[in-house]
Design a binder for this molecule. Structure first.
Ligand code: AMP
Length: 426
């Protein structure tokens, strides 16, 4: 098969690494890719937002399957456009991608189908949203309806903070994403990410993970796209995983099918594990980044047949095998992240770091320059490792981090600390 992978981050490097290992693959091309992905396969300088150019490329290169990494092209309908041109693509249609693209859509779907989630109200103007906030009290959560690059959620500790968030969103602070606002109940519990592969009719579990969103050790400082992750998530016991499938994922798949918008692709459920059980915080319609990196390290089965089964509606009797190991990834970011960062600094020692047992380094934002690797973004490297426990994976990942020479980079030193504490206490 000839496969085209779309995207350029650590998630796509992990996907490229796993897809390239499949005996089914004749040729893998990634667009636009990065310096690490270039070690797995060819790169193509395609603009992913230009669907006509992607289709022309698929024709010229006889592509059999397109794998879409990020959410933006999915929400823009690239899977629909590829299908109309006769090309198979892994991921949801534009309508089905509303599960990530519109929080109000997802909340209404949950309500109509009895899927456990936080109580909420939908608003198109500030005054009624504020009335709702005052009636409910704090803490309370204010969310922009649309895609806001991770900035669309304010967990407000006071009514004043919630009202300010409402004003910011309706005042255009998040652009068109904030023309509608969802205000919802604050959920208490431990968060986990739960992944399922869906084929429009059914779904199979695809492991769990937990990430660290804050930039500094101890989960302090501003929110980021994610500073590290590990899998499996200890809170996702077999019983909680079963409930997440039965009470959240499968009812969603059935509801989407009944609506005439069958959901295909990976469904990433952000869950709060509350005293009453798992509740949905939000859906994403693609693999998480950096969660994908740890999932790919743990997946023993060939990924390509699973992607094909999702596209072809064949997941019903599909089985995936996993290594019993844990996996952990540490994000190395350019100084200043999540704010302004400087591109172009040199990174050395990568081969030495990759030689540590169990370690795999995925590039998130790099650029090749002759034989050198240069930083080319905020999140730059995902230093990842497998181990018998999260603790062992953590020790290996940091051993590798310490071999990387990059004056302009930094990382958290405590990724996985909760899981490691839990392991050490038993
Ligand atoms: P994001 O991934 O940017 O949507 O971030 C949302 C984050 O806000 C989640 O990871 C939670 O930590 C938090 N959050 C969102 N909704 C709720 C809720 N209803 N109750 C408590 N925390 C929430």
């Amino acid at each position: 098969m000839n496969i085209l992978l779309l995207g350029s981050g650590g998630r796509e490097h992990a996907l490229a690494w796993k897809i390239a290992a499949s005996p089914l693959v004749e040729r893998l091309v990634c667009a636009p890719g990065n310096a690490g992905i270039a070690r797995e396969c060819d790169l193509a300088a395609l603009d992913v937002a230009d669907h006509a150019a992607v289709i022309a490329f698929c024709r010229a290169r006889k592509i059999d399957l397109v794998v879409v990494g990020p959410e933006a092209p999915l929400c823009a309908g690239i899977v629909d456009d590829l299908a109309a041109a006769g090309f198979k693509a892994f991921g949801p249609s534009r309508t089905a991608a509303q599960l990530e693209g519109s929080k109000a859509f997802t909340k209404d779907l949950c309500k109509a189908n009895g899927i456990p989630t936080a109580a909420y109200g939908r608003f198109t103007a500030a005054a009624p949203a504020k009335d709702y906030v005052r009636a409910q009290g704090a803490p309370i959560v204010v969310k922009a309806d649309g895609l806001a690059a991770g900035k669309g959620v304010v967990v407000a500790q006071s009514i004043a903070e919630a009202e300010a968030a409402v004003d910011m969103m309706f005042g255009g602070g998040l652009g068109p994403a904030g023309t509608e606002v969802v205000v919802e109940e604050f959920l208490q519990g431990e968060e986990a990410s739960f992944f399922a592969l869906c084929d429009g009719e059914t779904a199979i579990p695809f492991a769990s993970a937990q990430d660290h969103k804050r930039v500094f050790d101890g989960d302090e400082g501003p929110n980021t796209g994610g500073m590290g992750a590990y899998s499996p998530a200890p809170v996702m016991t077999p019983e909680i995983s079963r409930r997440a499938m039965d009470e959240i994922v499968l009812p969603t798949v059935r509801a989407m099918q009944a609506m005439g918008a069958p959901y295909k692709g990976v469904l990433y459920a952000g869950l709060m594990i509350t005293a009453q059980g798992p509740k949905l915080i939000e859906y994403n319609v693609r693999f998480g980044d950096p969660e994908c990196q740890v999932l790919m390290l743990r997946l023993m089965s060939d990924l390509v047949p699973a992607l094909l089964a999702s596209c072809d509606g064949m997941l019903k009797n599909f089985d995936l095998r996993w290594y019993p190991d844990a996996a952990l990834t540490v994000v190395m970011a350019a100084k200043g992240y999540p704010g302004m960062t400087v591109k172009g600094s040199v990174i050395e020692g990568l081969d030495d770091a990759a030689a540590v047992e169990g370690v795999q380094i995925f590039h998130a934002g790099t650029k090749g320059d002759g034989g050198r690797v240069l930083a080319n973004g905020g999140r730059v490297l995902n230093v990842s490792a497998r181990g018998k426990t999260v603790g062992e994976a953590q020790a290996r990942a940091y051993r590798a981090v310490d071999r990387i020479r990059w004056a302009d980079g930094f990382c958290r030193r405590d990724i996985g600390f909760r899981a490691v504490e839990r392991e050490n206490s038993v």
